[in-house]
Design a protein around this ligand. Sequence first.
Ligand code: WTA
Length: 656
Amino acid sequence: MSQPTIESILQEKRLFHPHSDFSQSAHISSLEDYQRIYEEAKADPQAFWAKLAETELDWFAPWDKVLDWQAPFAKWFVNGKINISYNCLDRHLNNWRKNKAALIWEGEPGDSRTLTYSQLYREVCQFANVLKQLGVKKGDRVGIYMPMIPEAAIAMLACARIGAPHSVVFGGFSAEALRDRLNDAAAKVVVTADGGWRKDAIVPLKEQVDKALADDAVPSVTDVLVVQRTKQKISMSVGRDHWWHDLQQGVSAHCPAEPMDSEDMLFVLYTSGSTGKPKGVVHTTGGYNLYSHITTKWIFDLKDTDVYWCTADVGWITGHSYIVYGPLSNGATTVMYEGAPRASNLGCFWDVIEKYGVNIFYTAPTAIRAFIKMGEHHPKSRNLSSLRLLGTVGEPINPEAWMWYHKIIGGERCPIVDTWWQTETGGIMITPLPGAIATKPGSATKPFPGIIADVVDLEGNTVPENEGGYLAIRHPWPGMMRTVYGDPERFRRTYWEHIPPQNGNYTYFAGDGARKDEDGYFWVMGRVDDVLNVSGHRLGTMEVESALVSHPAVAEAAVVGKPDDLKGEEVVAFVTLEGSFQPSEELSKELKKHVVSEIGAIARPGEIRFTDALPKTRSGKIMRRLLRNLAAGQEVSGDTSTLEDRSVLDKLREGA
Ligand code: WTA
């Protein structure tokens, strides 16, 4: 099975119309509806968003201006007062949803737990009070490094409740990566667990936290809260570490939601970019609440009777917007799963669907490709008839995988929403609305109402139909990131200056290549910068390079992506060694291990290639393009005239 190429997707002509019974009951039920709403929003974006903010959310105090756009810095619902935890919890308690399942949790090995809205409310309030007792105040940052257990969502909502921005760090990141993120955010408290279950083994989270904080390496952290999950022995540092269940004893289950300014920071989430240091993407309260709410409602066509499951981890933006905030703000039932397909149960995802009668299922193409490989007898031996809508996110989906998903999982009756978006955008930007827009396998189709998406050249001009260009957004939207934490200039540089502003009109540069076809459908082709997409996870090439050169044996490193059937891309590292070190299988293993300990298992290079020198231009820039060709086993294409020393290339070829 191959990754989508320009040629393959240009030939993709299949069109799947929504079934009429699906459309009839959908929130947006026809193409005409979509077009009308889209045009309305385009003509007067502020009126469009204001009306939704009024009807869909509860506010403590109204805003006095919808949008304040000091490009590229946006403020939405200026001076409005709101709390997203209130919108996710309190407002569902004075109606029948009070006893509805808010969170259904399926844990490994065989644990499960369901929290109703009123139970979740009480847990969140209690934990908010615990944080307050530890001295956490509005504005203080809280690090969350957790397995996929209800307490992860509870901690996020508790932070939001008292106005302490959270910074969730994916539990697969190493102690080193955790330390950097906690330091950048200057977190006061860290919430973690003794361990988490991953593929029949324990991930020692608390041990990683101890390593990250050792030698006072994160001076801002005063306290660590530990959920008991796996019960293995861990060390607790007196004065600093506390068991969650100890501190929760006797604490009040009521805690008023702090009225937050619409523009108060809700969270910071680190993501990879083209430079070595991950950036803290900042999202604020009001705009993010509205955007995650309305995209969840319309794109997943959420109904009160639905059981909705997004398989992401809360450590990523997808978990923030589409496991926690979006679904709960809508009063939905959201499923959270701690496990992952593993040798002892390759059909575990389908078991979860059958067990809870999941209606809406949202996952990543890399997972779908893995399922294809595992064989269709796994899904076919489970009852998946409850499903009515499927979604994908994280990377382009190849048409073969799309068709398999459609046939084998969706039984040819479920629409598929292929959703394009980013950590930075806060929510889904380009996607079918499932009752309205016919789908084409491999295309994310059309922009969400209120989103002015385009494919442009580097001057910002729209490129002709079916020609490749850069994916760009023309107008601010409520869910957009506000800044890079602590570095507004980096925000401007990274996203708003690749395409020079024209007459004061700023264009958001997404970092993806794309094309728009004759029907106005978007086909996203993948990153055009030095960002890799490994199994749907974002990884900066520079991040991996910095990890490699921090090893004493490595002089220089250049990292590129190599197309991979399963992961989308695999990390290939070209490495030159310091003086006395010699290439060996041992050293290659050691370097891979080193990257895992510096960043985490998601960054493990698939291949290390030792070389005497790296191909560079005369001005000393590594020519990654050539390395990408070499890694993929292709002929080196394009211009090589700027190469400083041609023999380097020849040697690399021979080496391969
Ligand atoms: C890629 C994940 C094609 C893209 C929500 C983007 C996609 C990056 C799609 C963001 C899709 C995400 N089709 N590519 N449907 N969805 N991407 O920040 O390259 O982890 O820029 O956010 O994933 O990754 P991030």
